[in-house]
Design a binder for this molecule. Structure first.
Ligand code: HMG
Ligand code: MG
Length: 286
């Protein structure tokens, strides 16, 4: 086991906001390259409404084409029973449910309140249990919300505790719009860790203000060892205006390996993949 577990969310969080259609073959080539770089956990796609997120409409085709490797887990987002049933039928190894610590964001992102989103997870948990696969839980807007501003740490702790009670094996704490500071990150992680063991928490930082790595360091100092990243720093949330990409997974690998902590990722291959995907998407630095 590496010291740090990196969850590569580029094929989902990295691509969901792309304006032009990204061909399924490009997504599959990306996933194959990420598997070759050594990831054990890749978030491959989202079984959400294609009307809400058109870029993820090819979810079943993506899952049908992913390279299967021993020890490689493909996680997919599912917001409700319909998504979970389709995800399981498509061969997902893990489902990720998602809600928020901000009522306004929950409504914009999933058209329901936080409490209603949690209700919708009950059948998701039941289907996953029947299928024998784990469920990860995301909390968005753990530091700031594009509609409500700063979010109290206790609100995050409350939602994380509810996801824990529902049976989520891991809870990923999302600084959706990347405005968080290391101080706020530490206070938030401390509040959540008082309710959910820190070993079951993950950090999901976006880099809008260039503080993602500082926030990662703050969470790591409190015992978090699982972090989400997106190759090439791609991404953003369609329902979070102004959100920049996730912290680049390349930066996470460099950050941790530079401290002598293993990640199990081949940085040269990952960096090459970052350049390749940015070029495919017509981004600067490709
Ligand atoms: P709704 O419109 O309230 O849903 O959307 P509904 O239950 O009323 O159904 C309306 C239509 O959607 C129906 O179809 C359903 O069948 C269909 P129609 O009869 O009109 O033809 N539908 C679905 N279709 C496919 N897959 C499904 C599904 N469910 C219903 N699963 C809903 C509610 C949650 C579905 C919608 O709001 C949605 O799909 N939202 C997803 C938004 C999203 O994906 N956001 C980005 C991911 S979250 C994120 O990026 C944050 C994260 O990275 C962490 C962080 O950074 O903070 C995770
Ligand atoms: Mg995100």
């Amino acid at each position: 086991m590496p010291d740090i577990t990196l969850v590569e969310v580029g094929p989902r969080d990295g691509l969901q906001n792309e304006k032009g259609v990204v061909a399924t073959d490009i997504k599959l080539a990306l996933i194959r390259r990420l598997a070759d770089a050594g990831f054990s956990r890749i978030e491959a796609t989202a079984f959400v409404s294609p009307k809400w997120v058109p870029q993820m409409a090819d979810h079943a085709a993506v899952m049908a084409g992913v390279p299967r490797r021993a020890g490689l887990i493909y996680s997919v987002l599912a917001p409700n029973e319909k998504g979970a049933a389709a995800a399981i039928a498509a061969g997902a190894d893990e489902i990720a449910v998602f809600t928020a610590a901000s009522e306004s964001f929950a409504r914009k992102n999933t058209n329901c309140s936080i409490a209603e989103s949690l209700e919708r997870f009950l059948p998701v948990m039941a289907l996953a249990r029947q299928a024998g696969i784990p469920v990860r839980g995301y909390v968005s807007c753990v530091l700031d919300c594009p509609y409500e501003g700063a979010i109290p740490a206790q609100a995050v702790a409350e939602v994380a505790a509810r996801l824990d009670e529902l049976g989520c094996v891991e809870i990923s704490l999302g600084d959706t719009i990347g405005r968080g500071t290391p101080e706020a990150t530490a206070a938030m992680v401390e509040a959540v860790a008082a309710r959910v063991p820190v070993g079951r928490l993950a950090g999901h930082f976006h880099d809008t203000a260039g503080r993602a790595l500082a926030n990662v360091a703050a969470a790591h100092a409190l015992g978090v060892t699982v972090f989400d990243g997106s190759v090439g720093g791609l991404g953003g949330c369609p329902y979070a205006p102004g959100a920049a990409g996730n912290v680049a997974t390349e930066a996470l690998v460099g950050f941790f390996e530079g401290q002598g902590l293993s990640t199990g990722i081949d940085l040269a291959r990952l960096a090459e993949t970052g350049r390749w995907v940015r070029a495919e998407l017509g981004r600067a630095g490709g």
